[in-house]
Ligand binder design. Sequence first.
Ligand SMILES: [Zn+2]
Length: 250
Amino acid sequence: MTGIFFRSYKIYYIWNCAMKQVERPEFKTKAHVVFDDLRQRIASGALIPGERLILKNVAQEFGCSEIPVREAFRSLAAGGFVELVPHGGAHVSAPNVQDIAELTEIRALLEPEATCLAAQRLDDTALLELDGILIEMAAVASAEHAPAYGALNRRFHDVILSHCPNRRLATTINDIWDRAERGRLVYLKGPRFIADSMNQHIEMVRLIRAGDFAALRELSVRHSQFGLHAVRDLVAWEDQSAARKVGSHR
Ligand SMILES: [Zn+2]
């Protein structure tokens, strides 16, 4: 069933990509590019807590001087992603999982409502965009690329939220997503978790097309709770590893 779905919409996906290529790229300063890239890698777990970021090496990687990298490090430190160390370097800080859990709890309360309000206003272009994202998600879900999957999950929900008629509600939810970005670490839970998540996204798009908003609300609540449980597992894991560290020091 899923295979048929993906084959049927492949042509729309290709069209979608072609349209995207003619869009003007967003202008970003070098510091912004470095900041965005490192933030993504930290949020996804590609860069792990404690990992050292050396100014000179990062500048070399991005082909720029050390000035924008220094600026990016300062912005990352302000967001709690890194801690600055003397002589311009930084190391990746540990995520505050308790914070992430609390923010995810708030999002789980708000997002089903926003999803239902928005779903009723999604046009064909938005639905095609969701189809395209689903195809991209399926590609990285099978390859178990957790960071890429996490980024696509955000994009999927962004497309829906951008149609929410209550702009304050949508902005509040987006702000929570930004603050709890490191919650994307949940996708490191493994292929089974990603497969369940994938199926929920496919079902969401099907229900939106069918105009079954009551079922969509139920599924959206379930989807939010599913994410929240995974974040709570992260908190429990963090508590256990902290306890293990205390134990090993006795
Ligand atoms: Zn999702």
